[in-house]
Design a protein around this ligand. Structure first.
Ligand code: ADP
Ligand code: MG
Length: 580
């Protein structure tokens, strides 16, 4: 007998229920109200009273309404067809609907039950298997989608039978597994998993040992993110968080991309809806959407659905990681997620932490970030989930709790600066405040030595120091005036401008400049550092400015020219002449 209950109190989306049996935190329940069934999640249990957050508008809900507890946590369905889908946080399929907004109490099927998939078995009767082992493979777009032993299965199973190669629907039994107790367990292509529990379907989770290229210079060259690494992008409104995240989504070296558009303004979400399906994958020339899943929640959807969306997105990534794939998870913005936590915590009248966020905000954020990572699967292959979230601190204040908590959890910090955005120095990532802790990992240093060039990290530090020196020089020039400082200050300032304009700035809307491969990044940084090594002499600061402006102009033309094209080399030649 499952537990039932009665609504005792309603504060916006927070409903108090008196239960007639055991109830667990994070358990799902349905409230029966005026002919609809509204999904809700238990967030706190106190004696026979449960506080539940309703995933929809509670309009019309009354004290005395019936509640049915499900005895399980919020789950999503995992199987072929997740890619190219657009879901809300509860995995309702939005693409099959007429509008972005579901009717209340309406839940749609996340997977296409009728579609036939090209199926190839990977095991044979008699083989021993356990949770997450690969039983078969279907073709999802151009990716090999592994049909796995459900993650929830415990112990060793013997394959009793497996379907032969052919075309099957997701709900067909494709294998029968025998367990220790001598029972036969049927397996289909779909399994369910509770989103708030990390999928631990791997042998070990070593430290990341290679970088994930994004084609964005300020990331790859200056503050690289590891494959299986974590990073975040804080920045005030309009400084380019979404543009930068979309650039990473389009260009990141990953097999699978999951975008969680979490609580941003509705028009931004609609943009993703309309823009993403049109995008062409620069790596394969195919539609980017073929390997993308989008999870959407706009700021006008209830907070609880917003909270679920980041977990749903992470679970989908973990599922594809278990297939040995490289996944990239992007969440925009995690501040909206934290605000959802705050709203619920405040409604429950919990003792508030800083800025009224829940006291365990830091732990919640850390737990979430820790689900990313590179893993070694039971079969020895590797998979990765790389996670980059944006944070929108109110008023650009980086001392607020969400930014501070995220800083503790994420290893890369890409701080977007208002003054850089105002000067149109895009992407507005601050070169001195931002960092990548991966630059200190011996594994990563070695990887960069091998794949980019020997001593690469040393060059990156040199470039950063030149930017720092340039900033100091510019402060002195501002105080003492152009004529009040020695010429070396002007030269230092212009060397840092050179790095800024040629390496750090990048036009996300130019087809050539937007994506800068690592080989090209290496060439440009080497060239710029070679220039910076020179001892220049000028008659006066105006000559100095004129010289560097001209030089920067030629170098930028190189960025806009196709890599190693005639045009590229002709600008390269004029640069060489200028510095001769
Ligand atoms: P946020 O998400 O931080 O509110 P957006 O990502 O929407 O900000 O960026 C705001 C605007 O800034 C964009 O519409 C675009 O005009 C400009 N912008 C941001 N990044 C770049 C870039 N890399 N290249 C060119 N323009 C950019
Ligand atoms: Mg934005």
């Amino acid at each position: 007998m499952s537990t039932k209950g009665i609504v005792k109190g309603i504060v916006s989306n927070l409903v108090t229920v008196q239960a007639d049996g055991p109830v667990a935190e994070n358990e799902i329940c349905y409230i029966l109200s005026g002919g609809t069934r509204l999904m809700a999640e238990v967030i706190k249990v106190n004696g026979d009273k449960a506080s539940v957050q309703v995933f929809e508008s509670t309009r019309g809900l009354k004290v005395g309404d019936q509640v049915e507890f499900e005895g399980k946590m919020l789950e999503i369905s995992l199987g072929p067809g997740l890619l190219s889908s657009v879901y809300d946080g509860l995995q309702n399929n939005l693409a099959t609907m007429e509008s972005v907004f579901l009717k209340r109490g309406e839940y749609t099927d996340p997977l296409d039950r009728e579609k036939l998939w090209d199926f190839t078995p990977l095991v044979k009767p008699g083989d021993k298997v356990s949770a997450a082992d690969w039983l078969a493979q279907v073709k999802e777009g151009w990716l090999p989608h592994k049909i796995m032993v459900p993650f929830s299965f415990k112990g060793i199973f013997t394959v009793k039978s497996i379907k032969e190669a052919g075309q099957y629907k997701v709900d067909e039994v494709i294998a029968v597994l025998g367990n220790d107790a001598g029972e036969d367990v049927p397996v289909t292509m779909v399994q369910k998993w509770p989103v708030k529990l990390a999928v631990k379907a791997y042998r070990e989770k070593p430290r990341p040992n290679r970088i994930m290229e994004t084609g964005v210079r300020v990331i790859d060259s200056f503050n690289p993110i590891a494959e299986g690494g974590t990073g975040f992008i804080p920045g005030p409104f309009g400084c380019g968080k979404t543009v930068l995240q979309h650039a990473i989504a389009k260009q990141g070296d990953a097999d699978v991309i999951v975008m969680a558009a979490c609580g941003e303004r509705a028009n931004e979400v609609v943009e993703i809806f309309t823009e993403f399906p049109e995008l062409i994958d620069p790596h394969t020339g195919r539609r980017l959407m073929e390997r993308t899943t989008i999870i959407c929640n706009t700021s006008n959807m209830p907070v609880a659905a917003r909270e679920a969306s980041v977990y749903t997105a992470m679970t989908i990534c973990e599922y594809y990681r278990a297939m040995g794939l490289k996944c990239l998870l992007l969440a925009d913005s995690t501040s909206r997620w934290a605000q959802a936590l705050r709203e619920m915590s405040n409604r429950m009248e919990e003792l508030p932490g800083a800025d009224a966020f829940p006291v365990d905000l830091s732990a919640i954020i850390s737990n979430f970030y820790s689900r990313a990572g590179m893993v070694v699967l039971n079969n020895g292959q590797t998979g990765a989930v790389t996670f980059i979230g944006t944070v929108s601190p109110a008023g650009g204040n980086l001392k607020e709790p969400v930014t501070e908590s995220t800083k503790k959890a994420a290893r890369c910090f890409y701080a977007l600066e208002q003054n850089r955005a105002d000067q149109k120095r895009y992407p507005a990532v601050g070169p001195l405040e931002s960092y990548s802790k991966y630059l200190d990992y011996p594994e990563i240093i070695e990887y960069l030595d091998k794949t980019v060039e020997p001593g690469w990290t040393g060059k990156v530090h040199t470039a950063k120091n030149l930017v720092r020196r340039g900033k100091e020089a510019s402060e002195q020039i501002n105080i003492l005036g152009d004529d009040g400082v020695p010429m070396s200050y002007h030269i230092n300032f212009w060397k840092s401008e050179l790095i800024d304009f040629v390496i750090l700035q990048q036009d996300a809307f130019d087809t050539i400049d937007a994506l800068c491969p690592m080989e090209r990044q290496r060439y440009m940084l080497d060239l710029v550092l070679e220039i910076c090594k020179k001892d220049f002499e000028f008659e006066d600061f105006e000559k100095c400015r004129e010289f560097f402006k001209n030089l920067i102009n030629q170098l930028r033309q190189m960025n806009y020219s196709a890599w190693q094209s005639e045009q590229f080399y002709s600008y390269n030649d004029s640069v060489k002449k200028l510095i001769a």
